[in-house]
Each structure stands twice: as C-alpha cells, then as structure tokens.
Design a protein around this ligand. Sequence first.
Ligand SMILES: Cc1cc2nc3c(=O)[nH]c(=O)nc-3n(C[C@H](O)[C@H](O)[C@H](O)COP(=O)(O)OP(=O)(O)OC[C@H]3O[C@@H](n4cnc5c(N)ncnc54)[C@H](O)[C@@H]3O)c2cc1C
Length: 421
Amino acid sequence: MKEILVLGGGAAGIVAAVAAAEADQQAHVLLLEKNPRIGKKLLATGNGRCNLDNAHISPDCFFSSDKEGVKRLLTAMGRPLDWFKAHGLLCREDEMGRVYPYSNQAGDVLNLLLHWLERSGVEVRCDCAVSDIDRKGRGYVVCADGQWLYADAVICALGGKAGPQFGTDGFALDLAQVCGCNIQPLYPCLVPLNCNKKQISGLSGIRVKGDASLYDGERLIHKENGEIQFTDYGISGIAVFQLSGFLKRVKQASIVLDLFPQWSKEELCGALMEKGKLFADADVYGLMTGLVHHRVGLAVWKAANLGKDERKLSTLSREDWGKLAHSFKHWRFTELSPTDWKNAQTTGGGIALSQLEDDFQLRGCEGLYFVGETTDCAGFCGGYNLHWAFGSAILAGKSAAALRKSAPKKPAKASPKKKKR
Ligand SMILES: Cc1cc2nc3c(=O)[nH]c(=O)nc-3n(C[C@H](O)[C@H](O)[C@H](O)COP(=O)(O)OP(=O)(O)OC[C@H]3O[C@@H](n4cnc5c(N)ncnc54)[C@H](O)[C@@H]3O)c2cc1C
C-alpha cells in the first residue's frame, strides 16, 4: 500500500490529505499535527468567517521575490474554489470579491473538511510533532514524536512563522533547509506597524477611513483605501496590513494618510474656510465637529504647525487654511517597523518558487512537496493566502497520489543515519 504522509494539519495540510486520499483510494494517508486539534488557525481566519478565496486572483496580489513563479503556479492551481464547491461548500462573495462560506462561519469550513477527511479514510494523528526528515530508498522517513515513519510521498504543509500562537514557529523552514531548499529571507507580512509614538499620541483606539500610501522618501510605492486604526504602538487596519508587505523593499519608509481622498486640496481648503467663517469665535474643536474625531483633528492641527489649540479660527490666514488642508491630505507617519510575528497574518519569503515544479514537488526530490505558507508567496488581505494554501495543496495531494508506489512496505522503526543535503 502506498504511504502518503502529510505534515501539518492546517489549511493546506487538511486539503492535501483529502485530495490525496480521494485520488488514490488504495493509499494510506496519514496527517500529522502537533496541536491537540487540526485547523486551529483556519478557525481564526477572516475574523472567524474564513475568507477562503477572492474572485480577482492575480499575481499582483501576492508578495514574492519571484513574480513569474507566482504566475506559473497560480495558473497551475486554477480555481481551488471549484474543489470546495464540488465538496458541498456554498459560498458568497462580497463587493470586493472576497469569498466566504455562505454561513459566514469558519467552523463550517473546518467541519466540512473533517467530514471529507473521515469519508476519504485519512488517518489523523494530533499531538504529534514532526522533528526531522530524511531519504530512505525511493521514499522518505519522517520523525514524528520520536518515531520514524516511512512514506512514498511527503507533503510538507507546516506553515510559516506568522501566528506562532496557532502552532507555526518557523520549523517548516528549518526542515526545508535540511532538504536542501533555497530560502528567501522571512519577514512578517500583513502586520500592524510601529511608528513614531509622538505622531500617534492620544489616538489609541480611534479608527479613520481614507487613503494610506507608502512612500520611499518622496516616491510612492503603493496606495490603499480603507480603515486605519490607531493603537498605542502605531497603526493597524487592513490598509496598513497591505502596505506592510511592501515595507521590506523600502529604505526610507513613511505612510501618508489622506483623510479626504474624494476632495482636492483646494476643495477641502475652501470647505474648511467656509466652516471657519461660521465658527469664527471657536477653536479647533469647534472646527472639527462633524469632520473627524476631535483627537484626530487636534493631531492633524498639530501636524500643520498652527499653534495652540485654543487659537481662534478667525485668526487663521488663507495660508494657514491651506496648511491645514494639506495636513488632512498628507498626514505623515515615520519610523515604521513591523510588529512581531504574533500579530502577522502571513509570512513573507520562504522556499524559492523556482525550486518547485508546477505540482509543488521539490525539484530533484520525487515525492517531496512543499505547499502553502512555507513557500515564497504571501498574499494580500482578502482570501489570497487561503487561495494559495488550498490551490497548492490540491495539486500536491493529487500528484502524490499519482506517484508510483515504491520500496519498503512497513514504517521504518529505527532512525536512519541522517545526511545533510
Ligand atoms: C488571524 C489570522 C487570520 C487570517 N485570515 C485569513 C483570511 O481570512 N483569508 C486568507 O486567505 N488568509 C488568512 N490568514 C492567512 C492564512 O490563515 C494562512 O496563510 C494559511 O493558514 C496558511 O496555510 P498553511 O496550511 O500553509 O499553514 P497553517 O495554516 O499555518 O498550518 C500549518 C500547520 O502545521 C502545524 N505544525 C507546525 N509545525 C509542526 C510540527 N513540527 N509538527 C506537526 N505540525 C506542525 C501547525 O500547528 C499548523 O496547524 C489569516 C491568518 C491569521 C493568523
């Protein structure tokens, strides 16, 4: 009987195991997970709703050092959502193309996968940490909880370094290195950013909407529209998460917020002056009423260098109003750095895509696959990461099932002499 080992019971591992078991019903598929249960991270995705795909998949929505590789592998994986539909998951799509289960419950996606694991006869072993891998004959041996298990094919779906609280501590990349993989440097991706504390003083907990643009010096790198959330350490929210993925390649980073993207600076200046006339005796607090949260207004006022907040609006010159309008549209945050891995939704960097065949098999290692977050491809927010995890898993699962069966019939008992490749 063909032995297929799937390492890691996350999004990719679960789907790879089902795909393999369905494609070769004679094979024994064993899924190993170090947590007491599989799918822990999956339950947390999309704020518990599981944004499992996006209708607008394009290589431009992924961070990688190899754009051509992303394009090639996205083409190979096609539409993983069709696999879910074929397995009975009804979905809905929002106005941004984000795809969710119709029930909006991540738990339902996991329950559906649990059903198919059982139905397809996959053996699931939890509380079982993988610690090593080596070649044996034409197959592989994997050390799990001190026991060496033989497999004709191994699918490594151990995740990346993001979200260690879910069980992913970067071990996958250590294992990949042992297998001779070339690893692109890792960085936290889709993560809140630290910034200069003075610039956010008093703003913690406030959310604003607008454009957020990442600059390298004065060069625009990327712009996003959406919600920005202030925290006690910096800035967060989906727009900031998206920009965080570009930070690594920027030398002199700053993020500029435009709180009035639908208005030109001149239009905004005119509107502010009109309001200033109505509130001539008032100060900045009066001006900001109905515009933005008063603490945001005060911070923008400070950034415009307009003096004390008690200053009467009647004393503002035309130039001052221009400065205020500019500040609302170019509110700059500096000293940016990613917060820690715990806050990151995914891992930038990983196994170089050029080392992977179109079915995610490691070149030169028949029967050894690396899928999901371990690879050098991190998606934008919006279902792109799960698209990659599921798409790679389906390909690898089917390919592993299609391999010719090889040598040893029984799991190896003794630890083989390990060779560093
Ligand atoms: C809070 C949060 C929300 C997210 N929301 C979304 C979303 O809505 N949409 C989206 O597309 N993406 C989302 N993501 C990203 C997405 O969850 C990941 O990209 C995806 O789960 C990667 O799948 P994976 O199977 O490669 O890795 P993982 O899902 O991380 O699975 C890896 C598994 O391997 C196990 N493992 C690790 N080491 C060992 C070991 N030594 N032995 C045995 N098992 C081991 C881990 O415990 C884990 O279960 C979110 C991430 C987070 C953290």
